[in-house]
Design a protein around this ligand. Sequence first.
Ligand SMILES: [Zn+2]
Length: 486
Amino acid sequence: MKVLYKNILIFIPLIIIAQQPDTKPIRNKLIDEIRIENIMSTVEYLASEELEGRLSGSPGFFRAAEFAADEFNRIGLKKGFGESYYQTFLVEYNEILSPNVFELYIESNKTKSFSLGEDYVYRGFTGSGDLIADVVFCGYGLSIPENGYDDYSGVDVRGKIVMVFKQNPTWKIENINWGNGYPREKSKTAFDHGAKGILFVSTPNSKNPQKTIGSVLAGEGEQIEYFPQLHISIESADNFLINSGYTLSRLQYNIDSNKKPYSVELNTTAKIIVKTNYSKEKETVNIAGLFEGTKKKDEYIVVGAHLDHVGKQGDKIYFPGANDNASGSAAVLEFARIFALNKIQTERSIIFVLFSSEEAGLFGSKQFVENPPVPLNSIYAMLNFDCIGHGDSIQIGGGGKSKDLWNLIKSIDAENYGLMIDRTWDSGGADAQPFADAGINTAYFVTTNSYTHLHYMTDKPNTLNPLLFEKITKLGFLTILKLAVE
Ligand SMILES: [Zn+2]
């Protein structure tokens, strides 16, 4: 099946529309209908406080989902999943409530408070907690004593809070696998040693130390419900080192230069209060609308973007996700509108889909591919739009494996915009990955240097680059048109 499918792109000429002189005015008229004002107003809504960062399964996410389904319905798209615009499935869900306290605790009326969103954020799958406990620095938070590396040897963390590097070492020791580095794995290690909570801090000596980010990527494993997980800034971390005589940078240096643990009791105390509401299984939805083709209506172009983002924390902060990925979602809705309202005659059918739970590990796109509304071998190509609103040029991923598709997009860009760079990657990426793994040709639309505000509270509509956003959307539209019309 895979081989057969791959041959399709080779046998079908991809430039028919360009050979027919009379199609150009129609194409131009359609292209003019793509209005950045419309797309931006969708982004403004999706990124608004009302939608609370669109955490998969949350009320804010469902408002966004309903908005999309209503739009598919209004413009007359058929239901993408048989009887429904929704494909329902279950995901892990964690609500982070208030109060939110994180302090350097000296004595009861002498503390230094840190500010949520600025000095620290919670990991998406933090547990609850209300504790005052001493802090112990435990290096990379790794315990592999059978292979001779243990950040927990020589320190007693029972009843305490550990501070560990969020990243794994960039160096290797023979025969040691550092593990997946996900917060859940490092939290479990700390918990198993008797700790009561964990502070993740980025390695300060790396080139661009990661700032505190909103993230629901936890890795596999059981949720530890009463175990706070914070990602704190390097500056906040240094406050807990004042009695130790070290800086965080020095501690990292001591470990990295000897490739040996260097764990230290910091003789400072932290106060943490956080309350969460965890569900092992909560409903969420992918949303899809079907635009039917004519002669080849049983062949499909899947045009997708993830609608979810990383939600809110407490009452005060939320992650707008304007670029990630209100931008791609807005483009998909715009494409759907133009195809449906103009009743464009296409040969192939198009499925417009907004995925859920990309942020926690591509669960929405995996769900789609594992329970597809149409046979996978009838999907002619999958186009993914993720982070297309900020940056300075256009990159199309997946060009290694889907070379013909990539070349087609390159030629459309060269003719119209000249904004696409030659660099690509082999295949898939994010929500395109499950499709690529199933042998489907994919193209991943993204802007270059797109990630300045990725997963920060500053990923707001006013940080987008509307000129570029409009052009990549138009490039996407022309690509869909070409794939669907012929
Ligand atoms: Zn993201």
